[in-house]
Write a protein that binds this ligand. Structure first.
Ligand code: F6R
Length: 249
């Protein structure tokens, strides 16, 4: 694992966007793995700026998102398809038909998951995957479990995740209880991974994920086994790591 520790959210977003920009410049037809949530919004803002300035070109890029809430249509303003259109896709010159988000309305989630993984394989796998981290240690919506889930699948969201995500909804009762998420196979097969984290609330789980035992009880800990992971964290999210592993600075 590599660590980039930044002074604040703004710098975290810039550094993460720079890694994306380098990837897009080096391989203009890259397959990007994308995340939602509040953490990557600044990264997507920077990427939109870089595209508007003509520094990066999304015309040959394709993308696969990690997850989607079950039961929300793409038009629902809390669906992850809507989020991606709003924060990135409508602001860059990506071909909409080359953007993929799991279908949260699929009748058969198992079939949808297998088809999603097959499509990722047809595209040659993900070149660069961005991840956030939930306070349960989830990546995508892979919640703590007895085993690491492999393929894209339907998952019941942890109560802690429902509570954390209720900030985006009018009330906690509106938060979907289920989601469809990429499993660990497509994530771990990505050639390069960056995980972005900011704020004190992520400090304990980030330390556990990076330096604790590799266990499905802390899903992000699996990243310790990947050969090319960069953690981009602001100093608040990195605070427990810095206290326990001061050599990181
Ligand atoms: C979203 C996703 C989740 C989030 C995580 C952190 O696509 O995969 O794992 O990255 O819940 O969310 P924020 O950034 O809102 O703290």
């Amino acid at each position: 694992m590599k660590f980039i520790i930044t002074k604040d959210y703004e710098e975290m977003s810039r550094k993460a966007a720079n890694i994306f920009a380098a990837q897009i410049i080096a391989k203009p037809d890259s397959v990007l793995g994308l995340a939602t949530g509040s953490t990557p919004i600044g990264t997507y803002d920077r990427l939109a700026d870089l595209c508007a300035q003509g520094d990066i070109d999304f015309s040959k890029i394709s993308s696969f998102n990690l997850d989607e809430y079950c039961g929300l249509s793409p038009e629902h303003d809390q669906s992850y398809r809507y989020f991606m259109n709003q924060h990135l896709f409508s602001r860059v010159n990506i071909r909409m038909e080359e953007t993929h988000v799991p279908n949260g309305l699929a009748d058969d989630m198992e079939k949808e998951g297998l088809a999603y993984d097959a499509m990722i394989r047809e595209y040659g796998g993900i070149d660069l995957q961005i991840l956030g981290i939930g306070n349960t240690g989830h990546i995508g919506f892979n919640e703590p479990d007895d085993a690491f889930p492999t393929s894209t699948h339907k998952v019941e969201l942890a109560q802690k995740t429902i509570e954390a995500n209720s900030r985006f909804f009018n009330s906690i009762d509106e938060v979907p209880k289920y989601a469809i998420t990429m499993g660990m196979l497509s994530i771990m097969n990505a050639k390069k991974i960056i995980l972005v984290a900011n704020g004190k609330g992520k400090a304990d789980i980030l330390y556990e994920s990076c330096f604790g035992p590799v266990t499905p009880k802390v899903p992000a800990s699996i990243l310790q086994l990947h050969p090319d992971v960069t953690i981009v964290a602001d100093k608040d999210a990195a605070s427990v790591m810095l206290e326990k592993v001061p050599e990181l600075l």
